[in-house]
Each structure stands twice: as C-alpha cells, then as structure tokens.
Ligand binder design. Sequence first.
Ligand SMILES: *[C@@H]1O[C@H](CO)[C@@H](O)[C@H](O)[C@H]1NC(C)=O
Ligand SMILES: *[C@@H]1O[C@H](CO)[C@@H](O)[C@H](O)[C@H]1NC(C)=O
Ligand SMILES: *[C@@H]1O[C@H](CO)[C@@H](O)[C@H](O)[C@H]1NC(C)=O
Ligand SMILES: *[C@@H]1O[C@H](CO)[C@@H](O)[C@H](O)[C@H]1NC(C)=O
Ligand SMILES: *[C@@H]1O[C@H](CO)[C@@H](O)[C@H](O)[C@H]1NC(C)=O
Length: 299
Amino acid sequence: MSTAEKHVSKRGCLRSRRSRIILAVVAFIVILAAIIPAVVVTTLRKNSMGPKSKVFVPLYVYPAPGAWSPLEEVISAHPNVNFTVVINPGSGPGPNALPDANYTQEIPKLAAHDNVRLLGYVHTTYATRNISLVRKDVETYSAWPTASSNPDLAVQGIFFDETPQQYSANSLAYLQNLTDLTKGLNGFGSVPFVVHNPGGVPDSRYLSTADSTVVFEETYGTFQERHGAKLFTAIPESNRTQLCAVIHSVPNTVEGSKLRGLVKQVRSVADEVFITHLSSDYYASFGTKWAEFVDLMAA
Ligand SMILES: *[C@@H]1O[C@H](CO)[C@@H](O)[C@H](O)[C@H]1NC(C)=O
Ligand SMILES: *[C@@H]1O[C@H](CO)[C@@H](O)[C@H](O)[C@H]1NC(C)=O
Ligand SMILES: *[C@@H]1O[C@H](CO)[C@@H](O)[C@H](O)[C@H]1NC(C)=O
Ligand SMILES: *[C@@H]1O[C@H](CO)[C@@H](O)[C@H](O)[C@H]1NC(C)=O
Ligand SMILES: *[C@@H]1O[C@H](CO)[C@@H](O)[C@H](O)[C@H]1NC(C)=O
C-alpha cells in the first residue's frame, strides 16, 4: 500500500467512525427528545407552586439612603413578580403637601418599575376617625404628582388600615364613601386600587368595597394553630383574588422546603402575600429570609 492509499483508507475509516458516532448522537437526541418533555412535565407538576400571587410589602421603612435597596434589588431581579408596596411617611401622607426629600427621591425610583404598585397608608381607626380627615389624607396622596410637578411621585391607590371586622351600616357607608373617593380622584393612575386591613376576617359585606382585604395579620404560630389556609377558603362569598395574607414571626427553622411549603399553601388562598421571619417591628426592616421568600413567590 502506498502512503497515499493508507491516508485514504485511514480517512475512510475515520469518516465511517464519525458517521457512526453521528448516528448514535442523533439516536440519543431522538430518545432524549421523547423522554425530556415527560420528565419535565412530571417534575413541574411535582414542584408546581400553584397560582402566582403578588408580593405585598408594608414598607414602613424610612427611606434613608440605601434603606430601600433590599426591595429595589428583588424588584429588579424578578420582573415577572408583581409587588404591592405600602408607603407610610407619617401614619399617613404626613402633615405637608409632600413628604420629605428622602421620600420624594426614593418613591419615583420604585414607581419606575412596571411590576410595582404603590399604595398610600391611611388609618381609619375602625371607621371611627373623622372621615373628613381621612378624605384629606387620601386627597393629599392623590395630589403628590401635581404638588411636585413629577408624574412619577405618585401612588396608585390607598391602603386603609384599621378597618372594622364587625358589620354596621354606618361603617359600610363610611368605607364605601372612601372607596368612591379614591376611585374617582385623578393622581392614582388609570385603575386606583383599594386595600382594607381589618387584620382578621371581617364581615363578608365589607369585602366588595375593597379590591383586596388583609384577612390574616398574625404570627406563624397562629397560622398553624388555626389551620391558616382553611380560614381563607371558609370566608363566604370570597375567592383568593380579593384576599391578602400577612404572616410574621416565622421561626428561622422554617426555611428551604418548609418555607417553600408555606409559601405554596398561602399562594393557593391569597393573591397578595407577605411573609416575614421578623418577630418585632415586622414592617420596619427586611428579615433574614426576605430574598428567599421573594424567590419562592417567583417560582
Ligand atoms: C434623609 O435621611 C438621612 C438619614 O436618615 C437624614 O440624615 C436626613 O436628614 C434625611 N433628609 C431629610 C430631608 O429629611
Ligand atoms: C402583573 O401585573 C401585570 C400588569 O398589571 C399583569 O398584566 C400581570 O397579569 C400581573 N401578573 C401577576 C402574576 O399578577
Ligand atoms: C372633622 O374634621 C373637620 C375638618 O377638620 C371638622 O370641621 C369637623 O368638625 C370634624 N368633625 C368632628 C365630628 O369632629
Ligand atoms: C362622603 O363623606 C363626606 C364627608 O362626610 C360627605 O360630605 C359626602 O357627602 C359623603 N359622600 C357620600 C356619597 O356619602
Ligand atoms: C373572584 O373575585 C373576583 C373579584 O371580585 C371576580 O372577578 C371573580 O369572578 C371571582 N371568581 C370566582 C370564581 O368567584
């Protein structure tokens, strides 16, 4: 055999080995293509977190430079998660037309994100607070964009704290009055949003006066004792789209798969969810597992 022939035969040998390898790879891919979707579907089903809910954030954190960064970070990291964030400059909008310079600087940064809805905090003292003063607070928030000449210094609705649980016709009229006001004002964007916080399950007749109602604001221990999720599904004439859950004082041992189980359970019953491991001043800072919680809300 000449050296040239040897080269040819070697090349031929290489070529056929290569084509055998290619055939094997193609066969392998075909088999994988058949198997993978089934595996993925099974895995997704097993790990499914159920319906997506919004991350609800009572942001009673003073916006000293950098103080809102833990929130900014998760908002940017999770564009597919919606956040409802309650701003509270001074147990309400504060005494002036605009909050202080730290607020006027930080609020527009949050508002710039498409996945963020900001709400202004207003308390009603269980529908006993002078309604004229409550209405004034609501109007102050709605005037922020005009008072500051900054369309991004704005909230998209109101979080009414301390709303009643017990029914009375007067209280219902009081709350309806405030909802009508909020929905009718310019300055809250195209779809003003109203949240009530009775802190527990209220009379069902109140539910329709708000877009969302905090029906649970308690410790993790209480959530377990009262079989938490059942509380929600037992509320007459309600469904998860109008319910908000706030669970605090979650023990540090509730992490990983345990935290995952909790988030999944709460997502199944409430469209707005806040869970924190902080056991005092729950809303004044971010807990150690804040980022883990938000990751689970994104899953
Ligand atoms: C903004 O926050 C910083 C840090 O808390 C504080 O020193 C400063 O006085 C605040 N600015 C205004 C205008 O309140
Ligand atoms: C998030 O908000 C956007 C805009 O309002 C909406 O289209 C989308 O359905 C929301 N997603 C979830 C999971 O709530
Ligand atoms: C409620 O507040 C308004 C405005 O400050 C005041 O005129 C009115 O007298 C108050 N009503 C009551 C019952 O205190
Ligand atoms: C809402 O409350 C205000 C203040 O008391 C009152 O002037 C107004 O008439 C009320 N509106 C309705 C629709 O009841
Ligand atoms: C759940 O409540 C929302 C808001 O009130 C309503 O639009 C929706 O139709 C309700 N869904 C069911 C299944 O009752």
